[in-house]
Ligand binder design. Sequence first.
Ligand code: ZN
Length: 221
Amino acid sequence: MSTYRHYIVDQAEFAHAPGKVVCVGRNYADHVKELGNAIPTSPLLFIKPATAMVAMAEPLLLPSGFGACHHELEMALLIGRPLTKAAPEECRAAIAGVGLALDLTLRELQDELKEKGHPWERAKAFDGACPLADFVPFDQNLDFARLTLRLTRNGGVQQQGNCSDMLFSVENLLSEISHSFSLMPGDVVLTGTPAGVGPLHSGDKLLAELDDFLRIETVVL
Ligand code: ZN
């Protein structure tokens, strides 16, 4: 059972317990193409439970016996106020922190599930499927469009993207999500992954970076 709690960089533990993680699939066109999927007309949403969250700084334990486990580096948003059926312009005020997540994905299992038309949870919602960095306090003036995210694996850049390439902006994404599921303090939203996803192996050393203000190193057990 995970003992994960949210932390804000240089502050005490976040006041709210970890809730759910709402994720968007296919939010960067280059990643949509690399997996041979169609560009969505509305966000493809799925949820990871609180038991999926672990601290990214701790060594990552991958499930065994299910085939390849892929890394998907994503910008993560920590929700600080409830959002229900919110307009896009109301959504920024609900963001408490900005961070990084790995949307760990059992890719072979996901392909099987997709083929059968089954839900993806077994491939994406397992214990430890959402390693999270500590969050940086959200600056209401932050321009998401200028942010870059980068994942380096064993010294080589594996994923690099710019948030300006997201098909659905942060504000539109949060609004859209809040029309299906209320977002509550302690919930996390993952904003999609750029191209370059690939399998993780035992002993891999990872460096995840969000622009010039968040940098976290970890290792795969
Ligand atoms: Zn993802």
